[in-house]
Design a protein around this ligand. Sequence first.
Ligand code: ANZ
Ligand code: ZN
Length: 885
Amino acid sequence: MYATALIRRAPLQAPANMHEQYQPSEIEAAAQAHWNARNAFVVTEESDKDPYYCLSMFPYPSGKLHMGHVRNYTIGDVIARYQRMQGKNVMQPMGWDAFGMPAENAAMKNKVAPAKWTYENIAYMKAQLKSLGLAIDWSRELTTCKPDYYRWEQWLFTRLFEKGVIYRKNGTVNWDPIDQTVLANEQVIDGRGWRSGALIEKREIPMYYFRITDYAEELLSSLDDLPGWPEQVKTMQRNWIGKSRGMEVRFPYDTASIGHEGVLNVFTTRPDTLMGATYVAVAAEHPLATQAAQNDADLQAFIDECKRGGVAEADIATQEKKGMPTSLKVQHPLTGELLPVWVANYVLMHYGDGAVMAVPAHDERDYAFAIKYDLPIKPVVRTSAGDETPEPWQAAYGEHGQLINSGEFDGLDFDGAFDTIEVALRKKELGQSRTQFRLRDWGISRQRYWGCPIPIVHCDSCGDVPVPEDQLPVVLPEDVVPDGAGSPLAKMPEFYECSCPKCGAPAKRETDTMDTFVESSWYAARYTSPNYDKGMVDPAAANHWLPADQYIGGIEHAILHLLYARFFHKLMRDEGLVSNDEPFKNLLTQGMVVAETYYRIAENGGKDWFNPADVEVERDAKAKVIGAKLKSDGLPVEIGGVEKMSKSKNNGVDPQAMIDAYGADTCRLFMMFASPPDMSLEWSDAGVEGASRFLRRVWRLAQAHVSAGPVGALDLSSLTDAQKDVRRTIHLAIRQASSDIGQHHKFNTAIAQVMTVMNALEKLPQTETQDRALLQEGLESVSLLLAPIAPHICHALWHALGKSGDVIDAAWPKVDEKALQQDSLTLVIQVNGKLRGQIEVPASATREQVETEARANENVLRFTDGLTIRKVIVVPGKLVNIVAN
Ligand code: ANZ
Ligand code: ZN
């Protein structure tokens, strides 16, 4: 193929090839066409180089790229290109997280099928990604809404269903009684449906669940095997999994009030406070609540109220604590004292046992509740201040401490009380310790259209039958426009009417689709063999590339996506598809992209927000911002502060405008220079301008150098001191940039190093052979160091500098240790702390020699004239301070 001819370009390019001006659009198109023609970023497992899998979180095809995408993919690309220059066989894939609700909403709004909308967005965004010049192996592109992808998800589903890892049970959903549809949590606003405004009810419907709780212990413990993950993310995962050691305590029923024998189970992490329990509270859905409400209409009304409202946990945590008493009572397991049973909205049915022993003195929620309903508060833990009853009570005392008011347990500490109370409870068979997880099983049924169909057939005689492998995939019809009232699939007999795969009788296909987190849980594995049609992944390829060496994405995915992806990896491992335990070895969570906000107060008192692109900022002579005007009318606008780019504040800047105006390299350089990847990045016109200016400077210097004709070799043995200094600057920059990029992902400081080199090179005379040879070395180093960040211009520079091959295949520059050695050092001289000059000393000079040299300096002699030198302080390599009076 002709691609090889392109690789072997003539070693010395005709210098005339270099335009006088830096023309990004031309050189970027040329570089991209060149990479494309030689399939430069297509990789296979057949390579003698070490594999490196660089993965960025794939985008949802929402329409066009936003700044967050551009930042994410640029970071990934810099890492990928840097690793390639380290001699690795780098795989950097890309794809589309293509199912999801926005496509359905857009479809309803524009009356186009979600599929069409999605595919058009993908085409547009793909072109945008290509214009950024990312080193992506596009032959691995995958799209999760295509049957050749989701068929394997369905295949795994059927396997797991047969194994019992997936099961069906009733789950609670948000039900919109007007639209007759299930709503996602984010579609419930202040307890009402987002479209209909109807009061939302909780409903129980059958759903499918992944038994993620079976993996809770491993998902927690193997976080310790991920040293390459940010501590913050691991902590968030640990909290989400929420392992707590506590006690199951049973409160025997008071048969007089309840009417029959039984026990109320509660789970507590504070069994040491058992003697302080003054009431028990149950969830609205708890059987005792149901019983109590049978002849209590007020209680029934309260229970109904609790059942309405969002099912999101955050809502429940923040809502006002409310409750109602019942006539029922239970016995304290150790004292036999009768405790009242309350129904409370802060008790969750699906956590622990759906009931709590309330200890108002030591639990915040119970305290608020007891104050509100005037229930007794009994302190049983001495405060660290030594108080027994902190008067007046302001809040619950939640710390551990020594027991008081607890009879035989008085004086015990937390651990002692835990064990002793467990012994007492066990003796009565009314309790034992238990470890519990906050993590719930993962409900994946969604009553929506634009998702992966759940591959189950419901048969009257056989029950829930998984679709056999030879009948997969269950294809989602693509030409449907939903109307917002329920799932369209449930209204399509041609979709759901089928025959039972087991007995052949007429049966009904499941019309729910899967949570879109399922698709994004295994795409990393599928990238390793995206076209494999004999299974979910080709195990050889998957094990070759996985775990991904570097995963890059937003912190908003720190919990759910990463947890589900880790879980799926373990499921696939247990199916024999992959042989390692974790999917992502190193994780980088990039910071937000932020920008200034501008507004005017509207007539109705609200704020009208203006896009930064439409605003002109006014600065004083010191570049300090003193005001801002709207470009269109020239009138002032208020400055609202720097915020995350968002639609609501209208401060999103379209990356395409920046790429069109300045080119991809400027855009990439700006993003990488403005801040380290894990910190937030503030968009600024001035910053973009600066990046563009810098690239033009590099171009100008190279152009002048190249057009002056061929250069000879550098003779290292005859460098002047000035030349040695420049060479030292170059190699110091290489050393620093290598560790900044390679070890710390600090691209901004690496770029600063290149800028230092440029400053030195620009001062270099360009006439002598040695100077020109040194400039050649400097410009080659600049091209190599910048190649991962601004790949197009470096591609052009590399050829212009007469190098053979492409810069993407060049090795990362090596430090010449000899260049770092200094013959002499410049030291600052101070007299009594004041700067008085400089001295030049041999690098090997001893302390005494430095001191002698300093004392002999003419400035020192002048400023110490008539004084006595008391002390000479030498800071090696830096300064000499002479103390005299
Ligand atoms: C008594 C007690 C006293 C509690 C005290 C805390 C402090 P984690 O750590 O999250 O597992 N709890 C148990 N089941 C509940 C439910 N279904 N809904 C709401 N709250 C529930 O929390 C366990 C604690 O949460 C338990 O310990 C229980 O309150 C409460 F000074 O029991 B504790
Ligand atoms: Zn059947």
